[in-house]
Write a protein that binds this ligand. Structure first.
Ligand SMILES: [Zn+2]
Length: 139
């Protein structure tokens, strides 16, 4: 699943947890979301562009959500912790031959969800919008 989706989900899910649990909740959300059928760009010929767009979107979201008060620093930690395991798939984007994967949902045998591009992007967009719906601007 995209880094952006993992960030939004991690940030949304850590809203109601304590600061100590936030990183763990974010990481756990990563494994759970990787089981949902989705489309990954890691096998697409344009994967480097997709990855740049993904990281840029996550950065803009992080800064925008913090600036507007839609998330607090605890949720930012949860969101970043949710996105962090995807450092594991850098080898698929950068020219690093046979880089080992370490995160459980990236290993062979994990029931990693797969979908076509259109459906897989729509699933992730839906998850981002669902997460965004839980983030209200503070007055
Ligand atoms: Zn993943």
């Amino acid at each position: 699943m995209w880094v952006t989706t993992h960030f939004f989900a991690g940030a949304a899910l850590t809203r109601g947890v304590c600061l100590r649990a936030a990183p763990w909740a974010g990481i756990a959300s990563h494994a759970a979301l990787d089981a949902v059928p989705h489309w990954d760009y890691t096998r697409d010929s344009r994967r480097r562009y997709w990855a740049a767009l993904d990281v840029a979107a996550t950065t803009v979201a992080l800064l925008g959500l913090l600036r507007t008060g839609r998330i607090d620093s605890k949720q930012a930690i949860g969101g970043l912790a949710g996105a962090l395991p995807d450092l594991d798939v850098l080898g698929a984007v950068l020219p690093v031959p046979d880089a080992p994967r370490l995160f459980p949902s990236h290993l062979r045998g994990f029931p990693h969800g797969r979908a076509g591009m259109k459906k897989g992007i729509l699933v992730q967009l839906g998850l981002v919008l669902l997460a965004l719906g839980t983030m209200r601007a503070r007055s």
